[in-house]
Design a protein around this ligand. Structure first.
Ligand SMILES: NC(=O)c1ccc[n+]([C@@H]2O[C@H](COP(=O)([O-])OP(=O)(O)OC[C@H]3O[C@@H](n4cnc5c(N)ncnc54)[C@H](OP(=O)(O)O)[C@@H]3O)[C@@H](O)[C@H]2O)c1
Length: 318
């Protein structure tokens, strides 16, 4: 197949594009900076193109000859002139219009668990509005109308994530002392390869047309538990100080002013709802997602074989 993957250079995108290329597909990946896509440059069937995906004529050129389009573009905070609305709501509309005009058969869209036009944060509201817009599109009656498939993952972990790696880095910097906002917010972290597998299973499979899949890992845990697990595997000290909401908001306000916005008021608001699945999209796609403890030691753990073995045994006992 010929597939165009928007956001294909990111954390999820690199995993997915690599697998699609190894599956034998031709994959076109637009990016603002091809120099950064080091892992994708070595793949023969991946075409990296410098492009502005927000320009409709460019999307038309990118989608020419494509069977499917995957949209992974997303931001955690607005930056460099890109607003939540432009990235999460307007872009999906442009993608759908261009896919329709180019005769693409399926658009696979990455949303997020908790996406809701009336959600507590700009992030969740803009993701929800993007989804609503795609769902409002008429069903595929003709060849020219692409089928739509939507994915709503919980937080995603993996060797290149900015979740467990960021917490490990923070714990190292602070000798384990971590003031934590919304420490009791619940998640079901899913491994990036399981997310990539969900897209691969759904690709041009009729059963997935018009469907929305919630994607969760098997372990439901609080944010504090996630940080403690990260610390245990990385063998780091860990003393969590759960922040009351008032202080957590302040933390969001202050850190939102720092370069790169490591945490923002909008991130705080996203954490006010649990990020766990209400249906098992993985099961519907025939996927058995990995336990966190089975994967974390492969990239965060010490090289000590005995430690890794003990962690894996503990996973097997659960
Ligand atoms: N990671 C998670 O835990 C998680 C959880 C739930 C949902 N999601 C969703 O999954 C998707 C992928 O997440 P990720 O973690 O892989 O993100 P990521 O690593 O930050 O990658 C984002 C990608 O989007 C592109 N991009 C970012 N801002 C853009 C802009 N203003 N205009 C055009 N392209 C832009 C980047 O492309 P270039 O820089 O190459 O141009 C990059 O390829 C996102 O939609 C995210 O909301 C992620």
């Amino acid at each position: 197949m010929n597939i165009c993957v928007l956001g294909g250079t990111g954390f999820v995108g690199t995993e997915l594009v690599t697998r699609l290329a190894l599956d034998g597909h031709w994959v076109r990946v637009p990016t603002r900076n091809p120099e950064r896509a080091v892992r994708l440059r070595v793949l023969d069937t991946v075409e990296l193109r410098t492009a502005d995906v927000h320009a409709p004529p460019t999307l038309g050129q990118l989608f020419a000859g494509c069977d499917a389009v995957i949209n992974l573009v997303g931001i955690l905070n607005p930056r460099r002139g890109a607003s939540f609305h432009a990235v999460h709501t307007e872009l999906p509309a442009k993608v759908l219009a261009a896919a329709r005009a180019a005769g693409v058969r399926q658009v696979l869209h990455m949303s997020a668990l908790g996406a809701d036009p009336h959600g507590p944060s700009h992030y969740l509201r803009s993701k929800g509005a993007g989804e609503a817009l795609l769902k409002a599109a008429p069903p595929p009656a003709t060849q020219a109308q692409p089928a739509i498939t939507i994915f709503r993952p919980s937080v995603i972990f993996g060797a290149a994530d900015s979740l467990t790696n960021r917490f490990a880095k923070l714990l190292r910097l602070t000798a384990g002392l971590l003031p934590l906002a919304r420490a009791r917010a619940r998640f079901a972290p899913i491994h990036v390869s399981d997310v990539a597998q969900a897209f691969r299973q759904a690709l041009l499979s009729r059963a997935s047309f018009g469907e929305t899949y919630q994607l969760c890992g098997p372990d439901v845990m609080t944010l504090a538990e996630l940080v403690r697990m990260t610390a245990r595997v990385a063998r780091l000290p860990c003393h969590i100080v759960p922040l009351p909401d008032l202080l957590a908001r302040l933390q969001g306000l202050v850190m939102g002013l720092l370069p790169g916005k490591p945490f923002s008021l909008d991130n705080f608001r996203s954490l006010t709802i649990d990020c766990v699945c209400r249906e098992d999209g993985c099961a519907r796609l025939g996927i058995r997602p990995a336990h966190m403890l089975a994967v974390l030691p492969t990239y965060l753990g010490s090289d000590d074989f005995e430690t890794q073995l003990a962690l894996l045994r503990r996973t097997a006992d659960r």
